[in-house]
Design a protein around this ligand. Structure first.
Ligand code: PAF
Length: 286
């Protein structure tokens, strides 16, 4: 079957309804486009797991703050479609903002219903510098789930906080969808793939390599038996390039999302930085 690029919610619902009549399992890979090898790994996993695969491509305005990069976020639909076609995706769902949120609506919670994730999950880490981001991301993901009715949805572990919040939303709203986390994909030199890497100058990219190196150093020290997160943090900071602006480095239990003082198995070590003007995140799980 050739790939279809659908812009209308009703078209997607109709197609999925027909698939379900034939008992096909449906996988959804939600994205904002500018697809890279990280997205490709999610799509491959979806293809392996499900009979039919939908990739949504939608730069979701309600998860960007006014001072963020919504307008300049890369939009590469033609290239993305080509990649999806090569990977055997069945449908790309690429709606307009009006299609998703209704024409003429103010994109705020005075006009629209929003998902409100638990406060302790959004008032920390990326949520601190990006107020409203996770409400907006969870809201669009819930809408996508209702439109596509997937059996499985695939999310990158790079956005670990988002992944945790989506899993919590699925549990709290009793959604019958399996969330499949997929490992971070890195360049050969360790840089975690991100659509925002395209903003980096050569020098900024070079400096940003110290971000994953910091995490790898933490893993190395942990594997040597050091669990005190203060010691791990201090030693790792010797690696972080001095031109990198640190936003946070946090240790969290990836089951409860509680802060961790003594690192243990399943501890998420998450970092957010700026290299130049570009905000980057990365993480490892011990
Ligand atoms: O991770 C992303 O690309 C976005 O936050 C998502 C899940 C597609 C929602 O817009």
């Amino acid at each position: 079957m050739n790939i279809s690029v659908l812009n209308k919610i009703e078209e997607v619902k109709k197609t999925v309804k027909n698939w379900k009549k034939d008992n096909y399992t449906v996988g959804l890979v939600p994205t904002m486009g500018a697809l890279h090898k990280g997205h490709a790994s999610l799509i491959k996993k979806a293809k392996e797991t499900c009979d039919r695969t939908v990739v949504s491509i939608f730069v979701n305005p309600v998860q960007f703050s006014p001072n963020e990069d919504y307008d300049k976020y890369p939009r590469t639909l033609q290239k993305d479609t080509q990649l999806c076609e090569e990977l055997g995706v069945d449908i790309i769902f690429a709606p307009s903002v009006e299609e998703m949120y209704g024409a003429g609506n103010m994109l705020s919670n005075t006009a629209l219903t929003f998902v409100c994730p638990p406060y302790n999950l959004i008032d920390c880490m990326c949520g601190k510098s990006r107020p409203g981001h996770f409400d907006g991301a969870a809201t669009v993901v819930l809408k996508l789930f209702n439109i596509v009715s997937p059996d499985y949805a695939f999310f990158g572990q790079k956005d670990a906080q988002q992944l945790y919040i989506i899993k919590k939303m699925v549990k709290d709203f009793n959604l019958d969808i399996k969330i499949q986390p997929c490992p971070i994909v890195r360049e050969d030199d360790g840089l975690a793939l991100s659509s925002r890497n395209t903003y980096l100058s050569e020098q900024e990219r070079q400096n940003a390599l110290s971000v994953s190196q910091t995490l790898f150093k933490i893993r190395e020290l942990y594997n040597q038996g050091i669990t005190d997160t203060k010691i791990l943090t201090d030693s790792a900071f010797t690696i972080l390039n001095q031109n990198i602006e640190l936003e946070y480095l946090e240790f969290r239990d990836f089951d409860s999302f509680e802060k961790v003082i003594a690192a243990k198995s399943n501890t998420l070590v998450a970092i957010a930085v700026k290299s130049g003007k570009t905000r980057l995140i990365d993480n490892i799980i011990l």
